[in-house]
Design a protein around this ligand. Structure first.
Ligand code: PRP
Length: 226
């Protein structure tokens, strides 16, 4: 099974916070499959009637599946696209999953300006984003890649600061961290493989148009965060 089968459209959905709103949005325009659930142990779920396959991937891996054509299209956060830098078409801002990439520090370590943090350690799930951001400011930092619970790092002395996404701000607050710089806002994006977009243009384009119509009609209506 590969997405090169022209009869099928393979849609990648990420595990995690974007899964439910993404699956709902696609279901609202008629793209769904029986048993499609984040909890499913089955990672490929097919709707034979509609010739749609859903694959469920780890969030950070989703752009890779789309870049290589293992999936024709997918839904993923802009934060992940910025970090992974994969060669995919970003077709639509789906305007849910609102969050922002930012820099935060423990209150006690707050400095006057960003350059005062030079050479400190930054813990992050987004090492490329962090590197690019600090380099663009002419600041050299030591970047430490982690896979989650980033806010823990400054609390136990692994790093002085973090680069992470913030949604409600609750995690920062509960760990006495304050935001000192914004890097980029992020929302969910509808992406496509470059070859699939040409080979399956009618189907993918119809999906984009249906998603746009849905958003205009406010059917999705939920400002869910990422
Ligand atoms: C994300 C992010 C923050 C938190 C922000 O983590 O890395 O920790 O959500 O949300 P808030 O501003 O609403 O508090 P996630 O829950 O994805 O888990 P992780 O830390 O294991 O990556």
């Amino acid at each position: 099974m590969t997405s090169s089968d022209l009869n099928y459209l393979t849609v990648a959905l990420p595990k995690g916070k974007l899964f439910a709103p993404s699956a709902k949005m696609l279901a609202d325009i008629g793209y769904t499959a029986e048993g499609l659930s984040e909890k499913s142990r089955k990672l490929v779920i097919t709707n034979e009637e509609e010739k749609i396959r859903f694959i469920i991937t780890k969030t950070a891996d989703l752009p890779t599946y789309v870049e290589y054509g293992a999936a024709d299209v997918g839904i993923i956060g802009k934060d992940v696209l910025l970090e992974e830098g994969k060669d995919v078409y970003e077709l639509l801002d789906l305007k849910f999953g609102f969050c922002r990439l930012m820099v935060a520090v423990p209150q006690a370590l707050q400095q006057e300006k960003l350059s005062d943090y030079a050479h400190m350690r930054v813990a992050t799930k987004y090492p490329r984003v962090a590197e690019r951001f600090f380099s663009s400011m002419g600041i050299q930092m030591e970047i430490i890649k982690l896979n989650g619970s980033i806010e823990l790092a400054p609390m136990v002395g692994l790093a002085e600061m973090i680069v992470d996404i913030v949604e409600t701000g609750r995690t920062l607050k509960e760990n006495q961290l304050i935001e000192v710089a914004q890097i980029h806002p992020a929302t969910a994006r509808f992406i496509a493989n470059r070859v699939s977009f040409k080979m399956k243009f009618d189907r993918i384009n119809r999906m984009v148009e249906d998603l746009k119509t849905l958003m205009e009609g406010g059917v999705n209506g939920e400002n869910s965060s990422c």
